[in-house]
Write a protein that binds this ligand. Structure first.
Ligand SMILES: Cc1ncc(COP(=O)(O)O)c(C=O)c1O
Length: 361
């Protein structure tokens, strides 16, 4: 149904060179279907964030499962998705500067693009390049419902920004967007409802009210104020999501396989994966990933190409052994490698180019 490739005859153990990033398609399929069913049940249209996987193939699988479009963080990611034939793209990030605005204008001529704005400079930049466009650009007002990142700070400020968008040539006010802080998905919906009421009183209509995030995905209640949901990490999951109880280790589709290259002491081993694969993202936790087969092992420090593991029982593995790690944060690992290895259980599927890797502009 999702049209993802089948397993081949080989075992991945016999194919890969480490450090390698493995994506288990059996787990990916289960994650996509579960999340889509959940969002459909809550009445949310799905618009998954592709920054987690950066793979057109998985974006198409998410659409095949029922998503109405995709979300990207950056223009470069959006271009890769448009190149792959994806027609409906939300860029959930303020676009600033003349070169990027021209890039956006070109992209909007070949895909249905929606963008966000939370300040007057962004709105006027968008308006300048879309004022003479044959069709207006849809703009969502980004709202800070507790994350403390981008976004207008109050529902009243959302209305003021919406009026500014609506009054700007070349732009159409299309609704609201927020990325709630973890554990605030439901309270953020209350914020959005208040803003929608104020917008209504001001004579404006929000066609789209977009919320998102995997931490709260399965804790969300139905909210009439939310029309779309943008989870990203749910497709792979990671140690940070295990840590907050949002998934189990068996729900994690992305793993890093590393080789033990030295075990200088019984309680210390060194692997061939460092920050250049696992990244230095701690995400508020201790250590750099978890090894389900050795729950007592702690990846205590990383250099670029070395990972140092403490083995408290003095059972450091032999040189040459492979260790399979669930990284702290899957989305950043996707951006570290040219290719990921698709697998199904023990079986190898194929290597897949991470097409939007490095598309951070
Ligand atoms: C604007 C926006 N939307 C959606 C997401 C997806 O969040 P998650 O990976 O928690 O599902 C993110 C993640 O950072 C984001 O920044």
């Amino acid at each position: 149904m999702l049209d993802l490739p089948a397993a081949g005859p080989l075992k991945w153990l016999d194919v890969i060179e480490t450090p390698a990033v493995l994506i288990d398609l059996d787990v990916v399929e289960a994650n996509i279907l579960r999340c889509q069913a959940h969002c459909s049940e809550l009445g949310f249209k799905m618009r998954p964030h592709i920054k987690t996987h950066k793979l057109p193939m998985l974006a198409h699988a998410q659409l095949a499962a029922g998503a109405i479009g995709v979300t990207t963080q950056k223009l470069g990611e959006a271009e890769i998705m448009a190149d792959a034939g994806i027609e409906d793209i939300l860029i959930s990030y303020n676009i600033v500067g003349p070169a990027k605005l021209q890039q956006l204008r070109r992209l909007a001529s070949r895909a249905k693009v929606t963008v966000v704005a939370d300040n007057a400079t962004v709105v006027s930049g968008l308006s300048d390049v879309f004022a003479n466009s044959p069709s207006p650009l849809d703009v969502l007002v980004e709202c800070d419902t507790g994350m403390g990142r981008c976004g207008v700070l109050t529902p009243q400020a959302a209305v003021a920004m919406a009026l500014e968008v609506a009054a700007s040539p070349g732009l159409r006010f299309a609704g609201l967007m927020t990325y709630p802080a973890p554990k605030q998905g439901n309270s953020a919906a209350g914020w959005l409802e208040e803003a929608a009421d104020l917008l209504h009183a001001a004579g404006l209509k929000s066609d789209i009210v977009s919320s998102g995030g995997t931490p709260d995905l399965y804790a969300m209640n139905r909210h009439d104020s939310v029309t779309e949901y943008r989870p990203g990490s749910y497709i792979y999951n990671d140690r940070s999501l295990i840590d907050i109880g949002a998934c189990k280790a068996s729900d994690c589709a992305l793993t890093v396989v590393a080789t033990v290259i030295s075990s200088p002491e019984p309680n210390r081993t060194i692997i061939d994966a460092g920050t250049k694969v696992l990244t230095s993202d701690l995400f508020g936790m201790q250590h750099y990933g978890t090894i389900p087969e050795h729950p007592d092992f702690a990846i205590v420090s990383l250099n670029e190409e070395h990972g140092r593991i403490e083995c408290p029982s003095g059972n450091a593995p032999a040189v040459g052994e492979l260790l399979r790690i669930i990284p702290n944060h899957a989305c950043v690992v996707s951006n570290m490698v040219d290719y990921v290895h698709l697998v199904r259980g023990d079986n190898y599927v194929r290597a897949e180019l991470v097409a939007a890797r490095g598309k951070v502009e």
